[in-house]
Structure formats: structure tokens, C-alpha cells
Design a protein around this ligand. Structure first.
Ligand code: FAD
Ligand code: DLZ
Ligand code: SF4
Length: 507
């Protein structure tokens, strides 16, 4: 008789996962399940499906080699949901108890909470120890605070974990945050950027590619060429390559965007971190060991993982389930079809969408200030935008996608996460990228059919949402400009925006 059935989910692929800590090979068993519902509850990118299934199969094979008894359900022979598949196996092996690490998504937690009643055995949900900050600790930190700001949380984490702080608790280098130094455009004369480490699919990955082609051919994105790491060892090589070749310039060019340069100096590690092939503590330790890197880059990178990533997760569990339902601006427009096809004449959008289709990747500023900014100022329904982001990126899991999209990008939470909406006109995009020079639209023109759509949509957004935003002190300059605007100009902005929004509905 099996004592504990230890269920490991597709984003829990860490050898250190808490559910394996007290595992006894003689009397316990592991269950891993590829199931249709997880693969299709949104239109996941095909590369993301291959990543998750291949990493799961590699992880299982590795556990088997270490002598762990394991049941593995492959997608071509499995049920629709975790519950159906679990019930099937429990009938056979009759475990006394289910053990599972707290899942990453609220949706899955709700499913797991029903297992006790369905299976009539205890279900132990144990804490996910891979994060720096657990859910209860964040709740305590949030307490009755009026504002939950990332910067305050991040400083607390730096001090608590003694990361980049001196013995007296002061930040190394004298400052907590070097963000202002990290906003450079990539100069034209910049030397060649090191190439990202790509991996050739092995036997397991090739089989998964066949399975995904067979079952999910209608899903979003290009399946091949597939180049992601699918094991801890390969993901580790990507981390090492990043630290060696990219980290030094990560900080200064964090916000830059360049046509046909998909990765620049970004780490491209989120997809490995989010499924457990890499662990945040391991990544930060390795980065801190590297000598002779400027504090701007080290701090900039540490802030993303110790600050943003942990804070975003805390906000998700603090605010769910009500978080996903809010719509502060009452935005109702449909997501334009070109988000799925990439067929638009806005060159910035086309570039970001094209690389999303090809590689299931875009870096933060492309997501926030191009595709995200557009959906904000075009008044697109938050639910449709969130579903899109959850589908198209290899690193997309709701706990991290939702606060970034719904909160940071769309301000649909009314300011829980951000202090103001990240709306920007073409001027910002032109400053930070080289997209505009090859665009059909003219970034310098403010109105009329040739004007950059970001220019009038930007003002249209503030005119439409004036009542909700004009008392925000961070938007004082924006609204003082609006006060100076002539009636004719406002009318023109409204007309140009209306025409454009009608036209994109038809494409
Ligand atoms: P780098 O720029 O190299 O940053 C290093 C690491 O820091 C990342 O790997 C990531 O783990 C972490 N990180 C950086 N910024 C954030 C952030 N804002 N929130 C959480 N972690 C962060 N990230 C996801 O992991 N999954 C998502 O589904 C996701 N959806 C997003 C949706 C929108 C609209 C926006 C604006 C951002 C989203 N992000 C998401 C955050 C961020 O864009 C990605 O983490 C980052 O682009 C991943 O690329 P990278 O590994 O090269 O990151
Ligand atoms: C993303 C994903 C996909 C596509 N498929 C599976 C799967 O078949 N089996 C599985 O265990 N996990 C999968 N995942 C990851 C889960 O959706 C993930 O565990 C939840 O998002 C909970 O965080
Ligand atoms: Fe994008 Fe406007 Fe520049 Fe074209 S002109 S690339 S639409 S910002």
C-alpha cells in the first residue's frame, strides 16, 4: 500500500521541491500528469507547450534514474484535468494521503482544494520553498499598509536576506536603486551583442514536438526552431552564459529596444525560473559571486528577481480572486486580431509581435511600453489582454502574468500595484528604440492619417479618463497640458482616435 502520493506539477520541476524533502522511496510514489486542460485553457504558444512537457519528461526521467518510483501520464494517453487523472490513479494505487506543493495559480489551488472530498483521503498542501518571501510573510508585510510599493518591499528583502547591504544595513554602493542610470538607448555604433545560448532538441524534446504538432497544431506561435533548455543542467548553462557575457550591460540597456535584436542584454531566464529549472536563490547567489561587474547592473538585476518577482507574487496571492475582475477604466474594446497575427503597419508593434510569434519571448519594455501601452491607450478589455499575455509567452503563469498585465500595464486595479498608468506617446518609443525610422507612420506628426497612432491615442486616453486621473499628483504635467489644449485640438484627437480604432476592428 502506498503511503503518500506526491503530485508534482509542471512548474514544480526543482530537485529541491518541498514535496520531495521527506519522500520515502520504499513507501511513497510520485505522480506527474500532462493533461489537456492545462495545455488548452488558454491558447498557449506551441513553444511553451514543448518547454513544459519536455522539461516535465526530463525531470521525471532524472528522478527515475535516482530510484524514485514514479507514475507519468503523457498527453496522448491522459485525462482532461488533473482531478480526473488523479482519481484514475488513486483507484489503482490507493494512497493514504496526497502531498503537493502549493500551486502557482489560484485556479489550480481551487481544484486541489476539492481533492479531499472527492478522494476521501487527506491532502497536504505544503509551502513552496523556492521563493525568498512566502505568502504569509507577504501578507504580514502588507498588513494594513495604505500603499504596497515594490521599493519598500525590496529594501526590506535586501536587508532581511543580506543582499547587497553592508554590515550596518546600508545599501552597497550608497544607493538602494540605480534605475536612473539604467535607461540608455542602444547607440548605433554599439558592438555586436553576444548571441544567446540555444539548445538542439534531444530525443525527448523531438518526441514532444511530434506530440504537440499532433494535438495542438492550432495553438499560437511557431513551434520550430525549438531552442529552449529543458533540463536544469542546460538552463544552468544559460545562466552562466548570461553572467559571463550579458550581465555587465544588463543595467544600462535594460529599457532599450532594437529592431531585430530580440534579447539584447536580458537574461532570458524567466521561463526556466518559472517552471523550476532554475531557482531564484541559486541565480542571485551566482550573480553575486561574479567579480568586477558594476553595481548598476548587479543591483538592477537583483531588483528584478528579489524585488519585482517576489513582490508580484505577493500581490497576486494578497489580491486574488477579486484582482482579476476589476476594470478601473471600464475598458471594453476588443483585442485587435493583429495581436495574434502580427499584421499591423505600426512597426514597433509588428516587431514585438513577430518575435513573440517566433520565440514566445519579448523583453519587459516591449511588453510594457509597446504591446501593453497600446492596449492601455486603445482601451482594450483587461480580460482579453490578460488572456493574450498568458497565452503567448513561454514564461507566462498567472501569478506573475496577471499583476504585470492587469496592474502594472493596464492600471485596471486602480493603482494597487502602480502609482500611475504607464501610458506613453510615440516620442517615448522613438527615444528608446529604432522602430520609428522604418514605420509607415510619422512619429513627429500629432494628427491626421499619417500621424503615429500612439500620439493621438495617448491624449485620447487621458481625455477619456480625465475624471479618474486628474487628481493623481504624478500626472500633474499631463493634465496641465490638457488644460492648455484648444477645443479644436481635443476634437481632432477624438476624431483621429475614433477613426483608427474603427479601422483596426476591420483588419
Ligand atoms: P530580465 O530582464 O533578464 O530580468 C531578470 C528576471 O527578473 C526575469 O527572468 C524575471 O524572472 C524577473 N523579472 C523581471 N521583471 C519582472 C516583473 N515585472 N515581474 C516578475 N518578474 C520579473 N514575467 C514572467 O515571468 N511571466 C509573465 O507571464 C510575465 N508577464 C508580463 C506581462 C507584462 C504585460 C509585463 C509588462 C511584464 C511581464 N513579465 C512577466 C515580467 C517581465 O517582462 C519578464 O519577467 C521578463 O521580460 C522576462 O525576460 P528575461 O528573463 O529576459 O528578464
Ligand atoms: C503550463 C502547463 C501546461 C501547459 N501543461 C501542464 C500539464 O500538462 N501538467 C502539469 O502538471 N502542469 C502543466 N502546466 C503547468 C500548470 O499549468 C501549472 O502547474 C499551474 O499553472 C499551476 O501553477
Ligand atoms: Fe510605433 Fe509610432 Fe514609431 Fe510607428 S511611428 S514605430 S507606430 S511609435
Amino acid at each position: 500500500m502506498i503511503e503518500n502520493l506526491c503530485v508534482i506539477l509542471g512548474d514544480q520541476l526543482s530537485q529541491n521541491i518541498a514535496s520531495l524533502k521527506n519522500f520515502r522511496k520504499e513507501q511513497d510514489k510520485i505522480l506527474m500528469m500532462e493533461v489537456v486542460n492545462e495545455a488548452s485553457y488558454v491558447n498557449h504558444h506551441k513553444k511553451k507547450l514543448v518547454l513544459v512537457f519536455s522539461a516535465m519528461r526530463h525531470f521525471a526521467e532524472n528522478l527515475k534514474k535516482q530510484g524514485y518510483p514514479i507514475i507519468y501520464s503523457k498527453i496522448d494517453n491522459s485525462s482532461n484535468t488533473f482531478t480526473e487523472e488523479l482519481v484514475k490513479h488513486c483507484k489503482n494505487i490507493k494512497p493514504k494521503k496526497i502531498v503537493i506543493v502549493h500551486p502557482g495559480e489560484y485556479r489550480v489551488l481551487q481544484e486541489i482544494k476539492k481533492w479531499k472530498k472527492i478522494l476521501k483521503i487527506p491532502v497536504s498542501i505544503i509551502e513552496d520553498n523556492r521563493f525568498f518571501c512566502n505568502i504569509d510573510e507577504f501578507q504580514k508585510w502588507a498588513g494594513n499598509k495604505k500603499e504596497l510599493r515594490m521599493e519598500t518591499f525590496y529594501r526590506m528583502m535586501r536587508k532581511k536576506h543580506h543582499i547587497l547591504v553592508d554590515d550596518d544595513g546600508k545599501p552597497q554602493g550608497g544607493k538602494w536603486n540605480y534605475d536612473v542610470k539604467n535607461r540608455k538607448r542602444l547607440p548605433k555604433s554599439h558592438p555586436k551583442i553576444p548571441q544567446l545560448l540555444e539548445h538542439r532538441p534531444d530525443r525527448i524534446t523531438n518526441q514532444v514536438i511530434i506530440d504537440v504538432k499532433k494535438k495542438f497544431s492550432k495553438h499560437f506561435g511557431d513551434l520550430e526552431p525549438f531552442w529552449f533548455a529543458t533540463t536544469n543542467q542546460d538552463a544552468m548553462k544559460n545562466l552562466e552564459e548570461f553572467i559571463e557575457n550579458r550581465l555587465e550591460l544588463f543595467g544600462p540597456y535594460e529599457d532599450a529596444m532594437v529592431q531585430n535584436e530580440k534579447f539584447l542584454y536580458h537574461s532570458v531566464l524567466s521561463m526556466y525560473l518559472n517552471i523550476g529549472l532554475l531557482e531564484p536563490k541559486q541565480v542571485i547567489n551566482k550573480v553575486l559571486q561574479k567579480k568586477n561587474i558594476s553595481i548598476e547592473s548587479i543591483e538592477g538585476f537583483v531588483r528584478q528577481i528579489l524585488g519585482w518577482r517576489e513582490y508580484i507574487r505577493g500581490i497576486y496571492w494578497h489580491e486574488m480572486p477579486k484582482y482579476s475582475k476589476t476594470n478601473f477604466f471600464n475598458a471594453k474594446n476588443h483585442l485587435p486580431e493583429f495581436y495574434w497575427t502580427g499584421k499591423t503597419e505600426m512597426n514597433c508593434m509588428k516587431n514585438c509581435l513577430k518575435q513573440t510569434i517566433q520565440d514566445a519571448y519579448a523583453h519587459h519594455i516591449q511588453r510594457l511600453m509597446i504591446t501593453g501601452n497600446f492596449s492601455l491607450i486603445a482601451g482594450i478589455d483587461p480580460k482579453q489582454v490578460c488572456d493574450w499575455y498568458l497565452s503567448v509567452y513561454a514564461d507566462a503563469f498567472e501569478w506573475v502574468e496577471l499583476p504585470n498585465t492587469h496592474g502594472m500595464t493596464l492600471y485596471a486595479d486602480g493603482g494597487i500595484l502602480g502609482t500611475k498608468p504607464y501610458a506613453a506617446s510615440g516620442n517615448y518609443i522613438n527615444k528608446m528604440s529604432d522602430y520609428c525610422k522604418e514605420c509607415k507612420y510619422d512619429v513627429k506628426q500629432k494628427e491626421g492619417k499619417d500621424a503615429c497612432p500612439f500620439n493621438y491615442l495617448y491624449w485620447n486616453f487621458f481625455l477619456t479618463n480625465r475624471e479618474k486621473l486628474e487628481n493623481n499628483p504624478r500626472l500633474w504635467t499631463t493634465f496641465s497640458n490638457i488644460k492648455k489644449m484648444s477645443k479644436e485640438r481635443k476634437k481632432q484627437i477624438k476624431n483621429d482616435s475614433k477613426k483608427f480604432l474603427i479601422q483596426i476592428k476591420k483588419i
